[in-house]
Design a protein around this ligand. Structure first.
Ligand SMILES: O=C(O)CCC(=O)C(=O)O
Length: 686
């Protein structure tokens, strides 16, 4: 085989592999495009993180504040959709569901009350250009698109109208490219240049006719004849030739497709198509100023290869990354494209505690505590671990949560929380964001940074190699000393398993960790966390299935533990007792539970009205401050309950220590886990 031909064959094979790896059909061997998009992405979260005009991680339209800002044209643009080098005609989303073949079908009539339609109408009326993105599942264009998501350009909305689609009224929109002077990058390779502006006939327009019934004008959009396009008219979507049974095979009128609007200097987009976030963040001290701000952990468009990249690293952005979302990683492995070397690391100057803590004197002499009776009220112990205040929340038969409340003396002590907060910022801990394991949108990253020392990969994210404690700094080991101390204070002596694993989480402004549990099989039942920097709120609630007694798929629990505070608790407990006493057959038990839980509208025995689909109410809520320690104990606590943490300031660290059963760690790795704390690494509780 001639080398060139072989290369082409290899390329086609790679394309096919790539498509398979990301779960798509093999792209048809379509004609190539003429150029490269000004920005592109391999995952939807990357795209939306980097482009302010397209923040919609789901759905085809990004609309906000009443306007439509961005639109995605992907696999299914609906019947009578159209695309060429300058025009896009597509369906308007909303009111659809997927049929058995995955095609979107309208389930209700669309009208201008819908937020997508009204946002498009507003953008048209107020001359707001809309950014268009084309996905490589679009087959209408008939050309091979270079990336999964490709930014096309800014378009104006020229027409929004209604058609009859599958017996329903559905809206359509026509976009026209704003810049008619330049050849579109998605035009066919070697295709002729577009006519110059001087050569164009801007007068071409389809004819309009007035409906004899509703007296409204409609354009003659279809070659097959004029129709009234007013959905409230009796003549809507009816060709003059009424003998035609359906209007499904209509073709657009050439004048409708050829019509172009004279460029309008006043029609300017709100934002750049490819924004330069890095330039706005500045350099040196200016950059340090906002290094943890919400805007500083948005994505950027790589200035070298134009890929949209999320901020995965504590210190900045890297275009090529060894850990990616499953679908994007597959692309990286099989893509013929050489890896881009671009990276931008920010000068992260330490942030003072003053900048993240709102309290007048940073830490209280002794924290005054108030407990909202909406949530569990703890046992308060001011003596046994003074100077800490010890708050214990007991979940009978399940476990406990112990909150060690710090104060000024504890925090200010040399190498105490105040020092640790600063020291951790000076270290290069290797914190980064990972793709969430279970996420509706593949490639979604955690909204916090993480690094794991020894042991089990962090369950909340994809598996990652952890560092050994032999690589841990003195600061990390001192934190581990505090966490070991807290574990010993919170747990009965015969139940203490010393922590041998530590997870550091870092939160910038507006970062958080959503509801999850820490119940990995190889982990002991105790989880201790040291909190540094901004205050946070920790919420604990029963998992959905234990609260309701059935899974989200409405499958009854086989073994219902009937936890205190669950929905319909008393009745569920009675039924379980009857079943245990042999008064109910298993089938009767299930039937009665089904009636109680799934067939009644509202639950009984709850403190608030709940629907059959709502999440369990928060049962324990902790205000966790700088220097505080929280210990969760009990295997069942992780099995039955879940927790979330939402910080409030510009920077927070959470250091969480757990015990991993050594048998679960590969033999060669165990030595890395030895944690012999020395000298001041051992904490004395002061
Ligand atoms: O940020 C925190 O305080 C808690 C982190 C957490 O939930 C975890 O490590 O599982």
């Amino acid at each position: 085989m001639a080398p060139l031909k072989r290369r082409a064959k290899d390329q086609a094979g790679r394309e096919a592999k790539r498509a398979q790896a990301v779960g798509r059909e093999t792209p048809r061997t379509e004609s190539p495009v003429h150029g490269e998009p000004p920005a592109w992405a391999e995952s939807r979260p990357d795209l939306c993180d980097a482009l302010p005009w397209f923040r919609a991680v789901q759905g085809g339209s990004y609309h906000k504040d009443g306007f439509c800002w961005g639109y995605l044209i992907d696999a299914d643009s609906g019947i009578r959709s159209y695309i060429d080098d300058e025009i896009v005609i597509t369906r308007v989303g909303g009111g659809c569901t997927k049929d058995a073949d995955g095609n979107l079908v309208l389930v209700k009539d669309q009208d201008s009350d819908g937020c997508i339609i009204s946002s498009l109408m507003n953008s048209q009326a107020m001359k707001v250009p809309v950014g268009l993105v084309i996905g490589d599942r679009n087959t209408l264009l008939g050309r091979t698109l270079p990336h999964r998501y490709n930014v096309m350009g800014y378009f104006r909305i020229t027409d929004i109208w209604y058609e009859k689609i599958g017996g329903r009224t559905g809206a359509k929109v026509r976009f026209e490219k704003l810049d008619l002077a330049e050849k579109s990058w998605w035009a066919g390779k070697d295709s002729p240049a577009p006519p110059s502006l001087a050569e164009r006939d801007f007068a071409v327009r389809p004819e309009t006719e007035t409906c004899a019934v509703c007296v409204r004008e409609s354009m003659k959009m279809y070659l097959d004849g004029w129709m009234c396009l007013n959905p409230s008219c009796a003549r809507f979507w009816t060709l003059a030739d009424e003998n035609r049974p359906t209007a499904d095979d209509l073709a657009f009128h050439p004048a409708f497709l050829r019509a172009r609007h004279i460029p309008d200097a006043h029609m300017q987009p709100h934002e750049s198509l490819v924004p330069d976030l890095l330039e706005t963040l500045g350099e040196g001290s200016a950059a340090a100023d906002c290094s943890t701000a919400r805007i500083a952990w948005k994505g950027i468009v790589c200035p070298q290869c134009r890929k949209c990249i999320s901020r995965r690293f504590w210190r900045g952005w890297k275009c090529t990354d060894e850990i990616m979302a499953p679908d994007t990683a597959a692309v990286a492995v099989t893509s013929a494209r050489p890896a881009c070397s671009f990276e931008k690391m920010v000068d992260m100057q330490p942030i003072s505690l003053r900048a993240v803590v709102d309290e007048f004197e940073l830490s209280p002499i002794k924290r005054a505590l108030y407990f909202d009776t909406k949530y569990a009220v703890p046992l308060v112990d001011d003596h046994s671990v003074a100077p800490y205040r010890k708050l214990t929340y007991l979940l009978p038969g399940v476990g406990s949560i112990t909150h060690f409340v710090a104060n000024r003396a504890i925090n200010r002590r040399t190498n105490g929380p105040d020092d640790l907060f600063r020291q951790l910022q000076l270290l290069d801990l290797g914190l980064r964001r990972y793709p969430l394991q279970q996420s509706v949108v593949p490639g979604t990253l955690t909204a916090h940074f993480a690094v794991n020392y020894q042991g089990m990969p962090y369950k909340y994210v994809v598996s990652v190699d952890s560092k050994g404690f032999d690589e841990a700094s003195d600061e990390i080991l001192r934190a581990l000393g505090r966490l070991s101390w807290a574990t010993e204070q919170a747990v009965q002596p015969d139940e203490v398993l010393p922590p041998n694993e530590l997870l550091v989480l870092g939160y910038f402004n507006e970062m958080k960790i959503g509801y999850h549990d820490d119940g990995e099989s190889a982990l002991g039942p105790t989880i201790a966390t040291l909190s540094l920097g901004a205050r946070s709120t920790m919420s604990i609630r029963m998992k959905y299935k234990y609260y309701h007694g059935y899974s989200r798929a409405k499958k009854l629990l086989t073994d219902d533990p009937v936890l205190a505070g669950c929905r319909g608790e008393e009745s569920r407990r009675t039924l379980r007792a009857q079943m245990a006493a042999g008064q109910l057959e298993p089938g009767q038990y299930d039937e009665q539970r089904r009636q109680l839980l799934l067939q009644t509208k509202a639950s009984t025995g709850c403190r608030r009205a709940v629907s059959r689909t709502s999440e369990a109410p928060v049962c324990v809520r902790l205000a966790v401050h700088h220097g505080d320690l929280v210990v969760m104990h009990g295997e069942k606590l992780q099995q039955y309950y879940e927790h979330a943490v939402v910080p409030e300031g510009r920077l927070r660290f959470a250091l969480t220590a757990r015990h991993i059963q050594p048998a679960q760690v590969a033999a060669g790795e165990r030595v890395r886990g030895e944690t012999i704390l020395q000298g001041e690494q051992v904490y004395d509780g002061r």
